[in-house]
Ligand binder design. Structure first.
Ligand code: PLP
Length: 465
């Protein structure tokens, strides 16, 4: 075994062998050297594990193609496009919402050119970055004033830090939400310096529970939209108008963390409360995300009464959670689409995917299944079946969107092996594994991506062992 190590090529020889490869030619030499070293280390491990048993298996002719593939794979950018076949429209792990064409163009312009980010073109003096979206947000929500920050978690933190630091915030036990990715309402509140005063029981909270908790150090009444779960059965939640009444009686602000910010008609395709209804029912401050149901870039939107918003704006902490110029550009362009709700429904990908009709999905599933059958031949069995897609992103947890899945059963490898291999296809293909099959939901896979999906399957199913 020890003699085998002598057959390993030197880094320089391996370098020369790679030189003709166009992928390698475009890479910094130091990076290629490091990758060759990593590859040689892999070979050493294989020798130790007795998986390589002859000098011939270590010749450059023999290992060259593998080395090339290794370098190509490892030198790709880490952050890359994937295909979402899961049917979860707002998938936090895959970047939540896709942006509308107008928003993408706005982001590109903001990135490529100087802009009037904080320049008032009326006077030539310094302006406010918030001015680009404030009027628009007020128009769309009916609020007096608005502010945008980095994300909704930051919005909640900033609002509480401004209005309730060192004071008690009353919230129902039924609304102590964990969103995932370690965002827990109680923990964020603690970081803001507010003290959480939980009232009621998990399933039932009454107005009198809030009222009897009010004391001299109470700073606000908070409602949190239970966006990713529903408490059903023997339940009672205090409505926003009831809380508004209590806030008025005791001179306390009423804050609503809405999570997903629906701007399209009540009920509608989205089935979530609209921001404007929450504003109209008297919430003083409302916070929501830019990249959930709204379908824009990651952002935290804060709308409400002018006196509170101006306090929040001038909090020094606001500077630390400031919105970026590309985000702001994408957000303005997205919000402008909502001025015509029909246009929003057509052009904002998240809304369009949620609204996709069953017949459309069914015919797309049929086309995808035919394409995969043609491209993959006998390596797989392919069937379609009815199931449900989900909105995701902590919105409409109990809402089922009927869909048709394309289910692929590999004949020569296990479905788990297929799933793992597809994580490394180009582009990676993510789907659902159910009942021993790998399933694709056409709702989140654009028809323009069908060919790429077929290519990904072909790559991993015809791979040499
Ligand atoms: C999603 C969500 C948040 C966090 O929003 P981000 O934009 O992810 O920071 C906060 N509160 C509620 C109720 C949510 O649903």
């Amino acid at each position: 075994m020890s003699t085998l190590f002598r057959y390993l090529p030197s880094v320089d020889k391996a370098m020369i062998a790679l030189e003709a490869d166009p992928v390698v030619m475009g890479l910094p030499r130091n990076l290629v050297k490091d990758l060759i070293n990593e590859f040689l280390e892999l070979l050493r491990e294989e020798i130790r594990a007795k998986r390589i048993n002859s000098g011939e298996e270590l010749s450059l002719e023999y290992i060259g193609p593998r080395l090339q593939a290794f370098v190509a794979q490892r030198s790709k950018p880490n952050f890359r496009r994937v295909l979402n076949g899961t049917g979860v429209v707002i998938h936090t792990n895959m970047g939540r919402s896709l942006m509308a064409p107008a928003a993408i163009e706005a982001v590109r312009l903001a990135a490529a050119h100087y802009s009037n980010l904080e320049l008032d073109l009326g006077t030539g003096e310094r302006g406010s970055r918030y001015s680009h979206v404030e009027k628009l947000l007020c128009k769309l929500t009916g609020a007096e004033a608005a502010l945008v920050v980095n994300n909704n978690a930051a919005a909640v933190l900033l609002v509480l830090e401004t209005l309730t630091k060192g004071r008690e915030v009353i919230v129902s036990r039924g609304q102590l939400v964990e969103i995932g990715g370690s965002f827990r309402i109680p923990e964020v509140m603690e970081k803001s310096g507010a003290m959480l005063r939980e009232v009621g029981a998990t399933n039932r909270t009454h107005l009198r529970d809030y009222e009897s908790a009010i004391n001299d150090s109470t700073g606000a009444l908070l409602r949190v939209h239970t966006s990713n779960y529903r408490i059903v059965g023997f339940t009672k939640e205090v409505s926003l108008p009831e809380l508004r009444g209590l806030g008025d009686a005791y001179g306390l602000p009423v804050i609503e963390d809405l999570g997903s910010g629906n701007l399209i008609a009540e009920g509608g395709i989205v089935g979530e409360p609209t921001v404007s209804s929450v504003v109209a029912q008297g919430a003083d401050v409302v916070t929501f995300s830019g990249d959930k149901i709204l379908g824009g870039p990651q952002a935290g939107l804060i709308v409400g009464k002018a006196k509170y918003i101006s306090e929040i704006k001038s909090n020094p902490l606001n500077r630390a959670v400031r919105i970026d110029k590309m985000t702001l550009a994408g957000l303005e362009a997205t919000l402008r689409l909502y001025l015509d709700p029909d246009q929003a429904l057509q052009e904002i990908p998240s809304l369009r995917m949620i609204a996709m009709g069953f017949e459309t999905i069914k015919s797309q599933a049929g086309r995808l299944a035919r394409l995969l059958r043609k491209e993959l031949g006998l390596a797989v069995e392919i069937a379609t079946r009815r199931d449900n897609s989900r909105v995701g992103g902590g919105s409409c947890p109990e809402r089922d969107l009927p869909t048709v899945l394309v289910c692929i059963k590999p004949k020569h490898i296990s479905v788990n092996e297929l799933r793992e291999r597809l994580l490394n296809s180009d582009p990676p293909m993510i789907g659902r594994v159910e009942d021993g099959e790998f399933c694709l939901d056409p709702r989140t896979l654009d028809t323009s991506e069908h060919k790429l999906a077929a290519k990904a399957f072909k790559q991993v199913l015809t791979r040499k062992e």
